[in-house]
Ligand binder design. Structure first.
Ligand code: PHE
Length: 340
């Protein structure tokens, strides 16, 4: 009897079908009233006592295999006879509870790009995996210059020429190498730095950098453009202040603060009770950078700026910890559904 059960077991395990009708025949053949399983259980009563244990175990195994095979084939087929037109009722009204929403960083990135778009800035993107030239050397970071430490870089171990870009200034280089002025562009994208993750820093973040090169571009143009941006982004009564700073690729350079829009300049935890928050770095493009990229600094001048998208998003939506942007928690993300 054991051999007989084993034969059925192999038969059941190899059975397959895509037709509900055949599946029903399978069920009747094995588990029906006059089916194989019932026959075998009847026969089991005649089995010698010393054979009972093994035979019983095998019989139960067969019973389970039949059930399993039947259930799994049935689940695959559904009770719709596998006809596609029966899978969906296309006339049912659509429910909107599954619709997604824009990520808050995407909302703010778009607003930044649009604000500059209104004064003639077009958009360019470039690779996140960069080479030393575009990320550093062309931007006047001297070899071994300590300025490279300002942006803790992820280098590719086997080839120090290859790295994850630390800013989208690399895209500015790529554009300048192929375009003669006037150039008026923004450069959105994700950038990477080797920083310990905290509420204020992450190993990646997002920037929108910008570049304006033409004849007679001055620092006054830079300041006016940055003020326009701050007022458009936040509110018409936002104040700005420029503090002297240093970047190898701009000279002179500045960091720009805006009056803290969380406390209105009164002083709060976010602005460290100063009333000001830093939102971007900027400056006049260093003539050495123009030369490196094939633009004549005797004819042209320009300014550049780099805006941190997370920073602006924190301020606009009052988000205090940037880690939440990359945690994919829908309870957080859904709150921005209508803020397009
Ligand atoms: N590239 C700079 C950074 O990522 C930002 C910047 C851009 C500063 C352009 C000045 C001019 O820190």
């Amino acid at each position: 009897m054991k051999l007989q059960i084993e034969k059925y077991l192999a038969e059941v395990q190899s059975f397959t079908t895509t037709s509900l009708e055949e599946l029903e025949q399978f069920r009747i053949k094995y588990s029906g009233k006059k089916g194989i399983l019932n026959d075998l259980f009847a026969l089991f009563k005649t089995v010698a006592p010393e054979e009972r244990r093994d035979t019983g175990r095998l019989l139960n195994e067969l019973k389970e295999a039949i059930q399993l095979k039947h259930d799994s084939l049935k689940a695959g087929l559904g009770d719709n006879d596998n006809k596609p037109e029966k899978l969906f009722d296309l006339t049912l009204p659509v429910t909107d509870d599954q619709s997604g929403s824009r990520h808050p960083l995407a909302i703010i990135r778009k607003r930044i790009i649009d604000i500059f778009g209104r004064i003639g800035y077009t958009v360019a993107e470039g690779p996140e995996i960069e080479d030393d030239w575009h990320n550093f050397s062309a931007l006047n970071f001297a070899p071994e210059h300590p300025a490279r430490d300002m942006q803790d870089t992820f280098f590719i171990g086997s080839n120090p020429e290859v790295l994850l870009r630390t800013h989208t200034s690399s895209v500015q280089v790529r554009v300048m190498e192929h375009t003669q002025p006037p150039i008026r562009m923004t450069f959105p994208g994700r950038v990477y730095r080797n920083e310990a993750i905290s509420a204020r820093a992450h190993c990646f973040f997002h920037q929108v950098e910008g570049l304006y090169i033409d004849k007679n571009v001055s620092f006054a143009d830079l300041r006016q453009t940055m003020m326009y941006f701050a007022k458009e982004m936040f509110s018409p009564d936002t104040k700005i202040r420029l503090r002297p700073s240093y970047f190898p690729f701009t000279e002179p350079s500045a960091e720009m603060d805006i009056s803290c829009n969380l406390c209105g300049g009164e002083g709060c935890g976010f602005c460290k009770y100063t009333g000001w928050v830093e939102i971007l770095g900027c400056g006049m493009v260093n003539p050495a950078v123009l030369t490196n990229c094939g633009i004549d600094p005797k004819i042209y001048s320009g300014f550049a700026f780099g805006i941190g998208v997370e920073r602006i998003t924190n301020l606009v939506f009052n988000v205090k910890d940037l880690r939440i942007f990359s945690e994919n928690d829908v309870r957080f993300l859904r709150q921005f559904g209508s803020a397009i």
